[in-house]
Structures are given as structure tokens and as C-alpha cells.
Design a protein around this ligand. Structure first.
Ligand code: ADP
Ligand code: TRP
Length: 325
């Protein structure tokens, strides 16, 4: 089973990224054929400073490796190292109805926020479809916000195959219901763009500040609290097994619980959980050459796969005009 997903190098990784996507990708390494990439072409839609994009790309790779991506068990690379993906994007564009892209939630949300859209933002889902289809991804682990993008990739692949025959593998989104949407410290979806994240690799002080500012309601200490409405409960649950979660639920329902105490415990738990990864990150930060080598080796394998698919695509679409010779 080919499992594949990408992440944008557009800022610091947070626990929403980790639990919804990265942790699961890392688990898939052992049971499937995994392609994992840093989507720097996509990040061009938001990061306009060249130096920042380059740094973010290398940092995203360092972070992924530190969290456990193993280049011996997966194909790990940077999107732009396989520029065939832009060629496939153009070809797929011709099988992509404008209406399909106009209905994309992520695009509509950005417009609603007053962003004046350019073509890159509009065709973002086509580039993502190319990412998935170029490597024949069958299962795509993502958070719930990306479900529609994967469905768009499906629609485009089906349309392409109807026209040109069975060339593309039809992908499926893979979403973990328990962590479909991780709330941010303000209760909205946790997102780099909302400034409401708990970052995995930030300084201890910054993580503490974020955890201590998780929104809570004003239920008095001597009253029971509702765990199902609590952002603090939801975030803490990510780090707990079933029994521990039940225990926390009981504590919420028992009068006397102080949110401040729970936040301090959660902070300690987070630091504990990520400690080994944070240590590894320090190693990779000091061995950037090694990281670049890993990415280049990954790109070689990805290029081979991309080349095989593009050969078929060029042939069925008629781009390989020499075939009529
Ligand atoms: P952000 O919204 O912070 O910019 P990205 O769009 O880069 O995050 O998302 C990277 C991956 O993490 C995607 O698979 C996305 O679905 C997932 N993800 C991001 N934020 C959350 C969240 N709050 N809850 C669940 N999954 C998330
Ligand atoms: N759009 C995805 C996000 O913002 C990133 C992405 C790009 C992706 N290409 C992909 C995810 C291919 C899965 C598969 O999170």
C-alpha cells in the first residue's frame, strides 16, 4: 500500500500537525510503502521571502527527521527536487473544471478573509493532486481540513482516466477521527496562521506560555466542569491513553478542579513527550549537511518513480510526439 503525504514549510510545526498527520505518517513507515515530502512549491503561495522559504524548508526536514521519519524506511524528499510535479500540474489543469476549484473551502476561506487571490492560490489543489498522483498514492493521511483537497485529487484522477485510460491511481484521504481537528489555545482550529499553536520545538518558556493561555470557561472551582466543552480537556487528551483520559474526565466532573493545575500538568506532559525529539532536533540542527544528503537521496528515488509515471502520462496525452514516427 502506497501511503503518501506532504507538509508545507510555512512555519513552526505544532501539535495539531503532529497528531493529525506526522505521527501517523511515522507509524505507517513500518507497515507500508511511504512517500513523505516537504511541499515548498505550495509554500510559495504564502512565503514570499526567498531566504525564509529556504530556511523553513530545511527546518521542516530537520523537524520531520527528529520526530522519527526514517529515510531508510521511507522516501523522504523536497517537492521541488522533482520538478516533474509542475509538468503534471499543467496536464491535470486541463482536466480540472474551474468550478471544482471555486468550491474549495480553503480557497473560499482565504477570499472571505480579504486575501486577493492569485492563480497559485487558486490552482493550489491541482498542484496537490499532482503530488499525490505522480507517486500513485493510495492513502493520504491528513487532518480534516485537507479532506476536500484529497477529494479534488480523486475527482481529477477519475476525470483524467476517463479521457486517457487507467493511468492514475485513485487516492483516498485517511483521517483519524480522534484527532480530525485539534483545537488551538483559543478554541479555533489550531493553525500557524491563527497564532494559536503549541509548537513542538519552541523554547520551553514559549510552550509554557501557550499552554497556560489555553482558553477555559469561568466555572467556579467548587463546581463540576464539562470535559466535552473544554479545549484544555481536548488538547490534554491527545497525550493520554484511554484510562488516563477517563481519569481526567472524572477529575473534570468532580468539584474542586483548578484549570491552572491541569495546565501545569499538561505542560510537564508535553515537555516529557517531546523531550527525545527535541534532543534529536539539536543533533540535526548541527548536522545540516547530513540532512541535505538524506533529502537528495530521497529525491533520487522519488524522481525514478515520477519518471515512470510521466512516461505513461506523456504517452497517453500525446506529448510524446515521437511515438508516431
Ligand atoms: P496549518 O493550518 O497550521 O498551516 P498545515 O496546513 O501546514 O497547517 O497542515 C499540515 C497538516 O497538519 C495537514 O495534514 C493538516 O490537515 C494537519 N493539520 C493542521 N492543523 C491541524 C489541526 N488543528 N487539527 C488537525 N490537523 C491539522
Ligand atoms: N495542502 C497540504 C496542507 O496544507 C499539503 C500538501 C501538499 C499535501 N501536497 C500534498 C498533503 C499531498 C498530502 C498530499 O497541509
Amino acid at each position: 500500500m502506497r501511503v503518501l503525504s506532504g507538509i508545507q514549510p510555512s512555519g513552526s510545526l505544532h501539535i495539531g500537525n503532529y497528531f493529525a498527520m506526522m505521527k501517523r505518517m511515522i507509524e505507517y513507515q513500518n507497515s507500508s510503502d511511504l512517500f513523505c515530502f516537504i511541499v515548498n512549491y505550495h509554500a510559495l503561495t504564502t512565503v514570499i521571502d526567498g531566504k525564509t522559504l529556504a530556511e523553513n524548508t530545511l527546518n521542516a526536514a530537520i523537524d520531520f527527521l527528529s520526530l522519527g521519519i526514517d529515510p531508510n524506511k521511507s522516501v523522504f524528499f523536497v517537492q521541488s527536487d522533482v520538478p516533474e510535479v509542475t509538468e503534471l500540474t499543467w496536464i491535470l489543469s486541463n482536466q480540472t473544471p474551474v468550478g471544482l476549484l471555486q468550491r474549495a473551502h480553503s480557497y473560499k476561506d482565504k477570499i472571505a478573509k480579504g486575501i486577493s487571490p492569485n492563480h497559485g492560490l487558486f490552482s493550489y489543489p491541482v498542484l496537490m493532486a499532482a503530488d499525490i498522483l505522480l507517486y500513485s498514492g493510495e492513502k493520504v493521511p491528513v487532518g480534516k481540513d485537507q479532506k476536500q483537497h484529497v477529494e479534488i485529487a480523486r475527482d481529477i484522477a477519475i476525470k483524467f482516466n476517463n479521457v486517457y485510460g487507467d493511468v492514475l491511481v485513485i487516492p483516498e484521504p485517511d483521517i483519524d477521527k480522534n484527532v480530525a481537528t485539534v483545537p488551538g489555545i483559543d478554541g479555533q482550529k489550531m493553525s500557524k496562521s491563527y497564532n494559536n499553536t503549541i509548537k513542538i520545538f519552541a523554547r520551553e518558556k514559549e510552550i509554557k506560555k501557550a499552554v497556560m493561555s489555553i482558553v477555559t470557561d469561568s466555572t467556579p472551582v467548587d463546581q463540576p466542569k464539562d470535559p466535552d466543552k473544554s479545549v484544555l480537556f481536548k488538547i490534554y487528551s491527545l497525550f493520554l491513553d484511554k484510562n488516563e483520559k477517563e481519569q481526567l474526565r472524572d477529575r473534570f466532573l468532580t468539584p474542586g478542579l483548578r484549570y491552572g493545575d491541569v495546565k501545569k500538568e499538561l505542560f510537564a506532559r508535553i515537555m516529557d513527550y517531546f523531550a527525545p525529539f527535541r534532543e534529536r532536533q539539536q543533533y540535526y540542527m548541527n548536522h545540516r549537511e547530513e540532512v541535505i544528503n538524506i533529502l537528495e537521496k530521497g529525491a533520487e528515488k522519488a524522481k525514478e518513480e515520477a519518471g515512470n509515471l510521466m512516461e505513461k502520462v506523456r504517452s497517453v496525452t500525446g506529448l510524446n510526439y515521437r511515438e508516431v514516427r
